[in-house]
Design a protein around this ligand. Sequence first.
Ligand code: FRU
Length: 484
Amino acid sequence: MREWTREERYRVLQDPEEIREIYDKIAGTKYRQIFHVQPVTGLSSDPNGFAKLGDTWHLFYQWCPWGAVHGLKYWYHVSSRDLVHWKNEGIGLKPDTFYDSHGVHSGSAFVKDGEMYIFYTGNHRDEEWIRTPYTCAAEMKDGKPVKLTEPLFGPMSGYTEHQRDPKLVWNEEKQKYYIFIGAQTAEKHGAVLVYVSDELLTGWTFAGELKIPGYEDFGGMWECPSVIRLSGKDVLIFSPQYTKLPGRAESTNHTVYIIGTMDYDTLTFTPETGYRYLDYGFDFYAAQAAGSNLDEDHAAVIAWIGLPDNHYPTAEIDWEGSMTIPRVLSLKDGRLIQEPVRKIAELREEEIPGDSSLPDACEILIRFGEEACDLSLFADLEGNGGLRITADPEKKVLTVDKSGMELSFNKEIGEVLEVPLDRELEDMRIFIDHCSAEIFINGGEQTFTAHVYPTDVEHNYRVNADAQVKIYTMKPAVTDDFVI
Ligand code: FRU
């Protein structure tokens, strides 16, 4: 893996032509995707500023132009009418002020009275490399974010430098706006800080630390908190890090949710369930719910296919990381159900005959019979190896093993993960797009997302005899043009 100096990682992009060569090198290569948002060059990580303004969805991603490395971050902007077809719009926010001199870090968007507002973390470092995070805002004007000149507020004392990722929430009952910030306490525990205001862009004051009984010592930092209201309940989604959690092998980066009740008077989130993983896969992080719900019972969410400490085979040619397919969240029986956005089905091109090999971009629908599930995707010409997915109906556990794939990566955090099932395995919907697989299990009761890099010979599949399988090739839905 290439070593990057600080200068290289924090190099400012002065002119788009400086990265054209990187774009030319990666465009059209083997693992570029056709229906996922992916970085135009370099690295994409967290989804940011996800909201619908008029009839257009806006989405940004954390972007480092130079290669597969976390350095000086920009917000790169994409847009869509249907959450399926995405268009490159160029840079949304660049690090060009004192407050965000060392990166425009993650944040959210909110739409009110036909205007879209953006909240983000300005990452400033001084000459001694001491970091000061600022909570900043921007307004969408003519389809592009325009920054406010001053931040809404600076860091809160008594916490470490890790304070970031503002998520704005309107509370109807209190008629107030709240900003939730991912943070780390002085004792190095993950936390959420809450700010309150009557106005969107002024008057912000610190309200306190969110109390979540039972979660006082749960990971060392919480990134990207998102709070949504679904079917009369509150759902807190966040990414705890610096801790290992059960069922996550050696990984120390996770994305979880808790269903409960949010009391804005006492700033207490009372859990009504234990935490669950939003996704059980190897590569899923920093999920963000859209700025407003689709309706009272449904919210759109999107996440990064990747993890903070991981790198992937395409790093060699200076790109990695993509966004998940947008998912629709709903609540059922005390848990979140996740379904791919419905219109994704419009990308189905043709159903392929049962004995064909796996296309690079496809949707697979499987209905399981009585037999134990034994499925291999990306097996070699002899039907061996690949991504092995097995489930023992008695144990109600699905096991996903990627150790049979020829290209291995991030081995040290584990190559086998288990997904606990609440009932027998009935169905799967799998989306494959060149270097990713997203698996929706039992109608979206569980999901499993992973990067996979099948080689030219790893294009076969095997499914146990009594399962019904349909495979559709998929049409392209994202532009991959050089728009900076
Ligand atoms: C999560 C994260 C955020 C931060 C951003 C910087 O992956 O670390 O907390 O704002 O990435 O790129």
